[in-house]
Design a protein around this ligand. Structure first.
Ligand code: NAD
Ligand code: DAU
Length: 331
C-alpha cells in the first residue's frame, strides 16, 4: 500500500514510520506541519525509495485532497497532544484535532480512502485507584481536558462518517506511550532529561496518579495489524497491562540513573488531573491476535533511558524552552 501518515514527524508517528519501513512492504508519505512537537531529526535514515516527507497542515484542504488522490490508505496521528498546553491555550487543539480531522475525513469521503484514526484512552475520563474496572470499547465517553475533549470530538466525527457516508475507517484508542523520540515536555522524557542534566524530577501533586504504559513500538505493531486486518467501522483499544503510579516511575528512573530514589520534588498539580487510566485490550488480542513485545516495563524504561542518554543532540534543543514554560506555571 501507499500510506499517508499524518503527524509522522511526532513521537508515535515517527516510531510508526520506522516500524512500517522495517516490518512491511508499504511505502510512506508523511504529512506534518512541523509544529514545536515535530522534527525531521526523528525521520533520519529512511530509504528514499519508500519514504517521502511533505510539510503541511492537515487543515489545508487543497493539499490534503492532492495527497489523498495519490495514496491507498491514511493513518492519522497528527494532533496537538499535550494536556498541559491545552489548559494554557485550547485554540490550536480545536483547529488541528477537530477541523484538521474533519478536513481529512472529507477528502477520504471524496476519494473512498481507507482511513485509520489514532486516538487515546483519555476520551473515557478517569478511574478510581481501587476500581477493578478497566476501559473497554463500550465505556461511555467522559473526557476531562480541552485536549481529551477534542480527541473525543474527532473520534465521534470519524464514527459519523462511517455511519453516514460508509467511510472505510477504523479507530484505535491507546494508553500512555513511552519510547524513543518523545518530546521532553512529556512525563517520562522530562524526568529522564532532568536527571541527565543534574536537575530533580518534578511530580505533579501527590504522584499517586496512575498511567497504563505501552512501548511505542507495540502501539505501532497494533496499528499496522488493525490497518491490515481490522473490521471496518470498529474501534480497538490498545494497551499492554502497564499500570504504574507516577511516583513509582520517577523512582525507577532515579534508580536506573544511579540517584537516590527519593531525589524528586512535588510541584503544583495539573488542574482537573485525571487520576487513573487502565485499558482492557481483550478485543484486539482475541480478534486480531496482537500481543505486546515489551512485557517488562522496567526493561523497556531502561532501554528508553539509554536512548535519551545517547541522543542528547535530539532532545537538547527543546529542553530549555520547555523548562522555562513549566517554571512559569510553577511546575
Ligand atoms: P506529538 O505531539 O509528539 O506529535 C504530533 C505531530 O503532529 C507533530 O509532528 C506535529 O508537528 C504534527 N502536527 C500537529 N498539528 C498538525 C497539523 N495541523 N497538521 C499537520 N501536522 C500537525 O504527538 P504523539 O504523542 O506522537 O501523539 C500522536 C497521536 O497519538 C495523537 O493523535 C495522540 O492523540 C495519540 N495518542 C498519543 C498517546 C501518547 O501517549 N503520546 C497515547 C494515545 C494516543
Ligand atoms: O493516555 C494517553 C495520553 O497520554 C495521550 O492521549 C496524550 O497525548 C499523552 O500526552 C499522555 O497524556 P498524559 O497527560 O497522561 O501524559 P503526560 O506525559 O503529560 O503526563 C503523564 C502523567 O505524569 C500525568 O499523570 C501527569 C504527570 N506529570 C507530567 C509531567 C509533564 C508529572 O507528574 N510531572 C510532569 O512533569
Amino acid at each position: 500500500m501507499r500510506l499517508l501518515v499524518t503527524g509522522g514527524a511526532g513521537f508515535i508517528g515517527s516510531n510508526f514510520v520506522h516500524h512500517i519501513i522495517a516490518r512491511s512492504d508499504h511505502s510512506v508519505t508523511v504529512l506534518d506541519k512541523l509544529t514545536y512537537a515535530g522534527t525531521l531529526a526523528s525521520l533520519e535514515g529512511l530509504p528514499e525509495s519508500r519514504f517521502r516527507f511533505v510539510r503541511g497542515d492537515i487543515a489545508d484542504a487543497p493539499l490534503v485532497d492532492e495527497l489523498f488522490a495519490e495514496h491507498d490508505a491514511v493513518v492519522h496521528f497528527a494532533a496537538e497532544s499535550h494536556n498541559d498546553n491545552s489548559l494554557d491555550d485550547p485554540r490550536p487543539f480545536l483547529d488541528t484535532n477537530i477541523i484538521g480531522t474533519f478536513t481529512l475525513l472529507e477528502a477520504a469521503r471524496r476519494h473512498g480512502t481507507r482511513f485509520h484514526h489514532i486516538s487515546t484512552d483519555e476520551v473515557y475520563g478517569d478511574l478510581e485507584l481501587d476500581d477493578p474496572a478497566r476501559f473497554t470499547e463500550t465505556t461511555p465517553y467522559n473526557p476531562s481536558s480541552p485536549y481529551s475533549s477534542t480527541k473525543a470530538g474527532s473520534d465521534l466525527l470519524v464514527r459519523a462518517w462511517v455511519r453516514s457516508f460508509d467511510l472505510p475507517a477504523t479507530l484505535s484508542n491507546c494508553s500512555n506511550n513511552y519510547g524513543p523520540y518523545q518530546h521532553v515536555e512529556k512525563f517520562i522524557p522530562r524526568q529522564i532529561t532532568n536527571v541527565l542534566r543534574g536537575e530533580r524530577p518534578k511530580l505533579y501533586g501527590s504522584g499517586e496518579n496512575v498511567r497504563d504504559w505501552i512501548h511505542a513500538d507495540d502501539h505501532s505493531a497494533a496499528v499496522l495489524t488493525i490497518l491490515e486486518q481490522g473490521r471496518i467501522g470498529e474501534t480497538y483499544l490498545i494497551g499492554a497491562d502497564g499500570e504504574q503510579s507516577n511516583k513509582a516511575v520517577v523512582e525507577l528512573i532515579l534508580t536506573e540513573l544511579g540517584q537516590p530514589a527519593d531525589a524528586y520534588d512535588h510541584v503544583v498539580d495539573r488542574p482537573g488531573h485525571d487520576l487513573r487510566y487502565a485499558i482492557d485490550s481483550t478485543k484486539l488480542r482475541t480478534e486480531l491476535d496482537w500481543s505486546p513485545r515489551f512485557h517488562d516495563f522496567e526493561a523497556g524504561l531502561a532501554q528508553t533511558i539509554a536512548w535519551y542518554r545517547e541522543h542528547e543532540g535530539w532532545w537538547a534543543p527543546a529542553k530549555d524552552a520547555t523548562e522555562s514554560r513549566y517554571r512559569a506555571q510553577g511546575q
